[in-house]
Design a protein around this ligand. Structure first.
Ligand code: ARG
Length: 388
């Protein structure tokens, strides 16, 4: 019995993979796995229905808590952002791949498969985790270079029915919604309101601002407005509140791993709010040296995640550094949400490296500073003189 486990989403690409894995690759049993990282319920239900019909064995794995605990929380601690993208799709792929590998082990399958095409980043992210095992890796849509039209034809020949074709390609999880494809491929095309589902437009957002108080403990958000909440509910809550104020839309040109530029639209109210708040709290409690160094660590961390290379030992090493710095990132940040903007308006922490004694209004021993000032810029001064 040749068995293969497929990372299933319910969409066209992964649906045609099921008969392809039987007919073209000769697998006797196709196990389809959908990993719930916070996709819309309706999509999951549709995927379950279709997947159960098509596959020999179907599994739905709820990984929302694990996603937040082991992937989103480290992302917040590392201020994860790649070219302004909050890495929602990127950070979910390794977890989905990991779950698929786990099922393959349980079921004694010899191969794992995904439905990615040969153009995007996701193929690389799945492959990186899949290939770290001794399982065979199959990517039917990429290997057979299928076009969308060929896939549709193959699907209808195999009784795989879809309602009217979706205009946009959407990837959604608890951290972000990515929207691409169709007219959006033209970077000059204005994103129509219909692509957004979590956020209202800036124009439609209420005039009245809302202030949200976010509590952090060791770099992790633990409460909203004083009410403690687990990660999943906290993020969902902030997606709602931020979305109502139009917070967290991005429209960017992104450099893909393969080197092409892509036009991407995202919405991610909770991510924007939490990342702004977290960065701000770090500025209050970390030293200047830590902040400067961490900026580089955060950027490297984000690039690894974007590339799907979290199996690299560097990822673990960076997390160890980040975790050490986060021991003191505890406190409260006040965010004002209004008309598409989430702005920090106050912060406090028992670990603040801030003293009112040296603040603007405080009386100082200015003679000490005079001495410092004599040598400040000393090298530049010598250089300037040497030009005379
Ligand atoms: N460009 C993003 C990434 O590489 C998102 C891709 C999302 N896919 C989609 N079908 N909208 O992570």
């Amino acid at each position: 019995m040749k068995k293969v486990v497929l990372a299933y989403s319910g969409g066209l690409d992964t649906s045609v993979c099921i008969p392809l894995l039987r007919e073209h690759y000769g697998y006797d049993e196709v196990i389809a796995v959908i990993v719930d990282v916070g996709q819309p319920e309706a999509d999951i239900n549709e995927a379950v229905e279709r997947g159960e019909k098509l596959s020999d064995l179907f599994k739905l794995i709820d990984a929302q808590d694990e996603f937040v605990r082991d992937y989103i929380f480290p992302l917040i601690k590392a201020n994860g952002s790649y070219e302004g993208y909050v890495l929602g799709t990127a950070i979910a792929r390794p977890l989905i791949a990991k779950k698929v590998v786990e099922v393959a082990k349980e079921e004694n399958a010899e191969a794992v498969a995904h439905g990615c095409t040969g153009k995007g980043n996701d193929q690389l992210r799945f492959d990186a985790v899949f290939r770290a095992t001794d399982l065979d890796v199959v990517a039917p849509v990429r290997e057979l270079s299928l076009t969308r039209e060929e896939e549709k034809k193959y699907a209808s020949e195999h009784g795989i029915a879809f309602e009217a074709e979706k205009r946009w390609s959407i990837d959604e999880n608890i951290w972000s919604r990515s929207i691409e494809g169709s007219e959006l491929e033209d970077p000059a095309f204005f994103p129509p309101e219909e692509i957004f589902q979590w956020t209202v437009s800036q124009d439609a957002a209420p005039e009245a601002a809302e202030i949200v108080k976010i509590g952090f403990k060791h770099g992790i958000p633990v409460s909203v407005n004083g009410v403690r909440a687990d990660g999943v509910s906290l993020i969902k809550r902030l997606n709602e509140v931020g979305g109502k104020h139009g917070v967290g839309r991005t429209d960017i040109i992104e450099d893909r791993v393969l080197g092409f530029k892509a036009r991407e639209n995202y919405e991610h109210p909770a991510a924007t709010t939490l990342l702004e708040a977290h960065r701000d709290l770090e500025r209050l409690v970390l030293t200047r040296n830590e902040l400067r160094f961490k900026e580089f660590v955060d950027q490297t961390w984000s690039e690894l995640v974007y590339q799907g290379l979290i199996m690299d030992p560097l990822y673990e090493a960076l997390n160890a550094f980040v975790d050490k710095t986060q021991e003191r990132v505890t406190g409260t940040v006040f965010m004002k949400l209004k008309k598409g903007v989430a702005r920090v308006i106050g912060r406090e922490s028992p670990n603040a490296l801030y003293s009112m004694d040296v603040s603007f209004d405080a009386k100082q021993e200015t003679r000490i500073v005079e001495g410092f000032s004599v040598y400040h810029g000393f090298q530049s001064r010598m250089f300037r003189k040497s030009l005379e």
